[in-house]
Each structure stands twice: as structure tokens, then as C-alpha cells.
Design a protein around this ligand. Sequence first.
Ligand code: GAP
Length: 428
Amino acid sequence: MEDLMQKIISLAKRRGFVFPGSEIYGGLANSLDYGPLGVELKNNIAQLWWKRFVQTRNDMVGIDAALIMNPKVWEASGHLKEFSDPLVECKKCHERFRADQVESECSNCGGELTEAKQFNLMLKTFLGPVEEKTNEVYFRPEIAQSMFVNFKQVLNTTRRKLPFGIASQGKAFRNEITPGNFIFRTREFNLMELEYFVEEKDWEKWFEYWQNEMREWLKDLGVNLKKISENEIPEGERAHYSKRTVDFEYEYPFGRKELYGLAYRTDFDLRNHEKFSGQNLKYRDAETEEEFWPHVIEPTFGLDRSVLVALLEAYCEEEKRVVLKLPFKLAPYKAAVFPLLANKPELVKKAKEIYDDLRKDLMVDWDDRGNIGKRYYSQDEIGTPFCLTVDFDSLEKDDVTIRDRDTMKQERVKTKDLASTIRERLAN
Ligand code: GAP
């Protein structure tokens, strides 16, 4: 199983999904960069999520907020005080570990470990030219707070009624003690979060509803639900703001670990932001005229972990090929166009016309190297659903062969029907 992780990492690097960050300078502490194919896969997942949870719902709106917020936000949210992991240090080699991830001695040199002390995970920097305490700020460790801080503005501008949600996607930063396992744990990562505001009496119903929505999303991502376990987090292990948490855990090659989380944050955040800001952050029921802080159900989705799981689930070794059986919607390229022979200008010309036309609408690749078989396998390895070949018959009949990634079957389709045929098949 560990082996599968190595295969994914090597494929990701070789084909341009994910590169080690700053590699020409020897890298930087598990930072990773998305390459040309990775950025397409990541964006496709993020867009599918937005479509499912914002675009197609009338109880949801989106925002996109700054990465650095007023430091008072983190005082009010409790992150300054509570957002920490227990850290131990080896007395001999001074390597640092998360106390809950290490045995009784240093795994590096066998040295004795210090007592655990709490280490705040927020990444600090200075805003402005003077590096002094008053200019200290933090990169956001979660997106959630931007949605609480903007709650009243969203309410005023969209006039939503409960229940409704605010969604957002973007970067979050955590000064993890032990980043690792490729894009599973990094210090800078991508999150997709939504805060769903409800009346307190309804929280259990909505918790269950969102638990189910998260399962449905996992199916979109191509995940076999048998590899998912939903783990009820006991009191004492939950985040400081949560009264109930269910972690969605996935069977990774390196063990069963968190993929997503679902939390009942109560009215903790709005209540505290009102206390710290002095602004009224209550919701006013138009009928009863009652004012109260709504309670919050929060489904949270790591985007990088989604990319990792999509790759792990899609990776398939068959007798003669490696194929990424990504759901079509997620595939970086939807089609690839090949002229049968690169040295026949009439084939290249027709193939180029098809390529340019399809590219107006879809991500399409071009390949005119080597033989057709090799080009097919090269596209299989990156999950391209359809390969289109322009051959000599195409010049006479104005058609192309379309070859399906999964069945490997080929058929001829008229050029004029190509775009609609592909669109239809992608939708299924
Ligand atoms: N607002 C709730 C929240 O931030 P979390 O469980 O701490 O909850 C949310 O983080 C999600 O972010 C996790 O379920 C996971 O998918 C992802 N995540 C957390 N830390 C990460 C890291 N260091 N690298 C990559 N993804 C991470």
C-alpha cells in the first residue's frame, strides 16, 4: 500500500500534477506546487464543489476574504489561546515532534524527549515596515472566521432567511510541527468551507443533513464509500468551538486519517465576535421580531486532501497500461487530438482545426509524437476521457476516430457532431 503512495508521487511529478516546491533550491519543508495538470484537477474539484454547494442551491451564498485578518479575530475565535498542538523536543538531536505522534523516545536518534508544551499553530508575520509587536498579524488558520466576521454584511446585502449558508474557498496556513505524506499535511493548504446558520432547536436535523451531503459529495469525487469511516470525536478531543464533531476518515496508504470534518459550532463564534467587536451580530426574525445568534453547522473540506484522494481512487494498473479513472468532470484534459502522422500537413491542418475549435470550450491536449498506441497510453496515465485521431479517412469523410479511455473502444464520429458528442458523454 505504501508503494501506491510512491507511485502517485512519482506520477504526479513526472506528468506535472504536483512538484516539490522551490526544488532548484533544495525544496522548502514539504511545500508543494501544483503543475499544469494538477492545477486543472484542483480547480475542477473546487468548481464542482462550488456548483454543488453554492450555484445550484438557493440557500447558499459565497464570499472570498483576505488571508490576513485583524488579530482581534483570533482572540475572539479562541485560536490565539486554544489552537495548538503538544510539542516535544529531543534532548539529543533537538528534532521536534507532535507529542501525540511519537513514542516515548526520539525516532531519529533514540534520545530522551522533553515534557510536552503547547505550540500555537498560527503562522505569524508583520504588516507594514516595522517589525514590532503592535504590527503582528496571523495568516488565517481556517476560512470559517471570515464568514462569521462578514455575517452581518452578507445578511444585509442578500436578505437571507434562516436556514442559510455562507461558503468560501481559499488558502489557510498552519505552522504544522510535522508536515508530511505529500499533499496530505502541508503548512499552506487549500480549504473549502461552509457555515450553515440554523435555529438552535434544529441543529441535530441539519447536522444529519450535512453528514449526508458530505457522503454525496464524496461520490462526486469518485470515492468508494467503503474506504470512508465516519468517526464521532469524543468530548475533550474536539476543537474548542465544537459541541459535536464527526471526522470523515479515509483509508490512505499510510493509514486511516482525516479527510474532512463536520462540526456543530453552536453560536460560539457569532457570540464571541459580538462580545469582542461590540457590534450586534444577531439575526432578527422578521415574523417574531426576536433577535438571536444563529447556531452553526460547519462541513469543512480540505482541497489538497481531495486531490490526493481523487488520485488514489482513480489510479489503476492494468495489464498494459496505467490509467487514471478520474470522474470525467475532474479530468485535467477532457480530450486529446492527434494527427495520425506528424509529417503529413493535410492531417496536421485538419487536426489543428478540430483542436482549436474544441479548445474554445474545453481543456484539450495535442500530441503528434511517436505512434498512436503510445499517445493513448500517455493520455490514459493522466485520465483524459477521449482521444481523437485524424487519419486519412478523416480527410475524405470529414470525421475522426474517438477512443474511450475506459473501454478503449474506438468509433468514428463526424467532425460537425464532435463537440456535442463529447459534451454529452462528459455529462454522463
Ligand atoms: N474550520 C474548521 C477547520 O478548520 P480542521 O479539521 O482543523 O477544521 C479542516 O481543518 C480540513 O482542512 C481538514 O478536514 C483537512 O481536510 C484539511 N487540513 C487540515 N490541516 C491540513 C494541513 N496541514 N494540510 C492539508 N490539509 C489540511
